[in-house]
Ligand binder design. Sequence first.
Ligand SMILES: [Zn+2]
Length: 224
Amino acid sequence: MQALFDIFFPKICAACELTLLKNEEVICTECLHKLPVIPFQEAEELVKAPFYGRIPVAHASALLYYRKKGLTQHLIHQLKYYGDERISGYLGTWLGSYLEEEKWTKTLDVIIPVPLHKNRKRKRGYNQVSGFGKNLAKLLKCNYAEDILIKVFNSRTQVFKDRFARTELKGAYFTLNNAEKIKDKHVLLIDDIITTGATMETCARILEKAKPHKISLAAMALTV
Ligand SMILES: [Zn+2]
């Protein structure tokens, strides 16, 4: 299996595509130094800022700054469109190693990703934040659940799916399953990139219906 994996993903850096050295994994040492890591102590306020006056956010964090044409963009592009799923888990372990030192993460019960619609997931084969969420959950000793927040399309727009892609998107909405699983719980909602915060806001509002104790947010990257 590993050999097969190496054929499709030869050992090259996910950010600059140069060959990795034996002791390097996923991202080369040079790129690790070049990646725009958000100073951890500043991340909380930076991520919370777009949500002020919109939704209550208990705690928040993100790993990297995201800029157009920047290294983070390239990295996430590889993850989303070129099937390099390793990046997701790698970033989860990285952010998790910072977050596990934080007091607030000790009360986390469950990590929930912003969901991907079933068809898109099938096309790509995975939700691009799965590895990120699973590795965060491992380090923060809580659960990871993809069966609570679900993305669906209403059937009326699905009929026009092929010809009117935009209509299809407008018909998408999020829904809540197994709401009892997050009642009175501390939920960490995660996504790949926070840009305007609109998607996370929508998702958080839906999660609120299940009356969780509180909602915190985390992302791989934050647009600046
Ligand atoms: Zn590199």
